[in-house]
Design a protein around this ligand. Sequence first.
Ligand code: GDP
Length: 299
Amino acid sequence: LQRLSAGLARSSGQLSGQITDLFTKRKLDEDTLQDFEDVLIQADFGPETAMRITDRLSDGRFGKDITGEAVRNILAEEVEKALTPVARPLELDLSVKPHVILVVGVNGTGKTTTIGKLAAKLTQGGLKVTLGAGDTFRAAAVEQLKIWGERTGSAVVAKAIGADAAGLVYEAYDEAVRNGSDVLIIDTAGRLQNKTELMAELEKIVRVLQKRVPDAPHTVLQTLDATTGQNALNQVEIFRNVAGVNGLVMTKLDGTARGGILVAIAAKHRLPVYFIGVGEGIDDLEPFKANEFAAAIAG
Ligand code: GDP
């Protein structure tokens, strides 16, 4: 919570400062509400959510004096209400062994780092983990994954650059079975610039996995970079269709002034948000808590 609060300080500081400025010696009139809505849109809440929160604020209070503090409290309440349904702990069904977690997302959104942090959490909890370097396109991604494997004591299955990703996944599954892993986490490529190829590759990975285990992958996590703003909405749309994303991780919340995007994504996609990334270190992955996030963002 310390890191999250510090990380979100820029966001909340900015937002709460703007709210204070806006509601100093002003009645809640049409202009103030419009300005408030604009502030929310700038913080990436998205037009629909911004409008809904503004409506809630004006309800029963229109034409009256209101303090910045009261507005921040209402904002926190609305954000918590919007995010509570999606804030869920990641529960892995360990009756299937290995439980297969596929991690997808646009390059640079934090897939490899999140896999490393997640592997750390799982191994600290006594589980055995294997990592599959399914981004066979980028040497740096494979190297990074190997480093996380060493750090967390997890086996890493990798192949030469350019190798077939689905083939790699098949081998990684075999290795996870062979070494008795509880969880297999698979990294994937996220080259949005070549969407057709990317989709074909992800579809093939899923198909190959399902040939081995009909209900695999059991968990499909998508990483989203909080600093990319409204783009994240489209990214969920794309990967949800191709890879069957069933949970989200919002990364880089330590360095952004735009945490409102999480509220927009919750409103549109209603997918569980399992974790948030609040730094580059091994412990910088936190379970997502709606109340803590709401308090931090509303300042
Ligand atoms: P990938 O291309 O999706 O695998 O993304 P990476 O895991 O390589 O991450 C891209 C960059 O973002 C790296 O420099 C990471 O250290 C950094 N990163 C990942 N998650 C976080 C986070 O939660 N906070 C911060 N500040 N940086 C992060």
